[in-house]
Design a binder for this molecule. Sequence first.
Ligand SMILES: [Zn+2]
Ligand SMILES: [Zn+2]
Length: 878
Amino acid sequence: MEKKNLETTYSPKDFEKRIYENWLNKGYFTPEVNKDKKPYTIVMPPPNITGKLHMGHALDLTLQDILIRFRRMQGYEALWLPGTDHASIATEVRVENELLKQGLVKKEMGREAFLEKVYEWSEEYRGKIRDQITKLGSSCDFTREAFTMDENLSRAVREVFVKLYNDGLIYRGNRITNWCPKCETALSDAEIEYVEHNGNFWHFRYPYADGSGYMVIATTRPETMLGDTAVAVHPEDERFKDLVGKTLTLPLMNREIPIVADDYVDKDFGTGCVKITPAHDPNDFHVGERHHLESIRVLDDKGIINEHGGKYQGMDRYEARKAIIKDMEELGLLEKIEPHMHNVNTHDRCGTVIEPIISKQWYVEMKPLAGPAIEAVKSGETDFVPERFEKTYFHWLENIQDWCISRQLWWGHRIPVWYCDDCGEVHVDHDAPKLCGKCGSRSLTEEEDVLDTWFSSALWPFSTLGWPNETEDLKYFYPTSTLVTGYDIIPFWVMRMMFSGIYNMGEVPFDKVFIHGIVRDSQGRKMSKSLGNGVDPLETIDEYGADALRFMLISGNAPGSDIRFYPERVEAARNFANKLWNASRFVLMNINHELIEKYKDSTSYSMADQWILSKINNLIEEVTENLEKFELGIALSKVYEFIWNELCDWYIELIKPVFYNGTDEEKGVSYRIIRDVLIKSLKLLHPTMPFITEEIYSFLNDEETIMMASWPEADNSLIDAEIEERMGGIIEAIKSIRNLRQEMNVPNKKKSALFILPNEGKKNIFENSKDYLIKLAYAEDVVLLDKDSTDENHVSLVTSTARIYIPLLDLVDREKELDRLGKEKKKLESEIERVNRKLGNEKFLANAKEEVVAEERAKGEKYQSMLDAVTERIHALN
Ligand SMILES: [Zn+2]
Ligand SMILES: [Zn+2]
């Protein structure tokens, strides 16, 4: 080792980049297919190429990196496969708008030229995203990086389309689809957002054709009446029994339409009569099919009234709505307007109100695919963490509609279908057929539409591993181990990967689905552009380092729950890093490797040594278990507490006297223990804070890197509850003595004797602790008592294991001491009252676990004995 110690100050900028590049160049992120080791695989949810990574990605990536680093150190061949998603509609809209700023109109450019621009754009953004992923410290394997538009992934898409089609699970049909008039494309149910809207019910009169009166119907979308082809009533509705079969004259259009009876109508809702527009409402569409009604589509793809809309042709849907209401009112056919709060469906990307429109689209039949996907989670082949999200998953799959997969866009996987211009035959194939298989014509036209972007991301866990080729990677790494993703994406993505994996691979794509929440601002609001409350992860990294950001995102994190982003917590994380840095510097400055080597077999441990060894082994056991159960936040808080309190605040203080005045053997042993405990703590912290742990580790031994080092294993023979209790008692005594001296303004150089009366059975705690009390509690001498001190000059302290007397009264004020004891008394009295209140609460006693009640009782007893001691002391002083 050239340099012997860390830089004087912790400055992550100086080493994070260097360390990352070294890891990358050494190939540490690239696992091999190794039959002797078990694989652990995560496929990264591919970020959309539409823009910069936000705090949600930072959380998502950090969680994955922790799991991957942990498993890699445990000895798995750990593959974290990164990539990006072409994000069909989102990207197309973005690029279209960018080009428009340059005066280029998509439709005028033509398909080829436009796609060329999108490719350029996607290359640039993929590079940017890769860069951002690396800044966070992500140990993903870029040699296997994938993009949903890669040649092989596109091949996988065609393969699956053809397979589904040949299995009869893909069809083309006239269906009502969710249509976005702005983006001019069909959408799936998962792309819809519900927005509350202050609307109206317009009650219209529809006159009977024979002039004998009218029926009243209510609608929230008056413009659709132009396409009405019936009015429906419930078959058992007495009010309309004789009217079924009669005809009405549709106002404004003067078309005769029948009155039909259908179960779908709710007779207790509204007027009991429902207008039926099969071309513009999914329910009406089914009523239309049952009664063989005509479908009249009155809106074009832009949401403008078409040639079937009479004199309203050319009007935008909302313009037409106004005109129709006005005309109906003038005709005396507007019965009333009733305000009505309802949900409208909007497009999640652009916010435009969705128009259900009948159109010809491609669909995947979902029922046969959903069944096995539900079964796989019910039977436990795949588990959700936390389990409660299985409900969301089941809800979506159990109520699933056929999946509309065609999109009227250019950017995406083109649907592999060719139509024969001469005989109309439909050809579905991997590649363009040369001629029509039916009539031999060479004139074939390719389908214009592309696939829903989720069609390709549904194949992600196996297409990225080489499928449809039988690659070594695919055989070894599939099924993957854990999917890490947000709860908002369960219906879009998780369930689609599940049924795609089962259908194409015959096996579920992952063992565990680890769900996390979203990152909110410190007030609990969603981070959004419009609120301007987003925090850029890159700026945070720039200011505090990646380790601090990662720490902030994980501390307090619980599976499935949202987290809040507090800038001051990133600062606290940086302070923690600082503390670890300084403590490590101190250790490096003092330890001597020759002495470690010379006494490497010595086991003459001091009490502090035994205590820290017991603590670290406990910690290893607990943290390993927490990480295996995805309790990343709990694991981190335990490591943090240990490093901050036990290691830096206590152990290093406790062994300083050995560092300065110990024998060679004592030194050799302490050096070894502090080095080993520090190394183990760094390993436990490494998955969350990879950079600082690597930097410190490189000075502590000759191993190449911490990230490939083995995960520590607990040595149970070193776990010793009695030692932990004894040391705990001493630490408590030291803390109390220090507090008391501080309260009484006694300078540190003023030493004093300590008289200790241990509680029953606690004598052993204080028997061998003289040194610690002398060094850390400013004691001149320590005397163990066997009964209470009655010396008037003694100030007293009560801990949970002893009464401690300090002859300080000649140095301080008696009144002050009485005052302090009075406060102490009040505090204890209120604690006792709180415990008694709790124990007197029948609800608490009935609901709490036995251990909890017992614990509460023990607390009460402890406080009572402390109070007795304080009271006695007050008497003595008076
Ligand atoms: Zn839209
Ligand atoms: Zn043909």
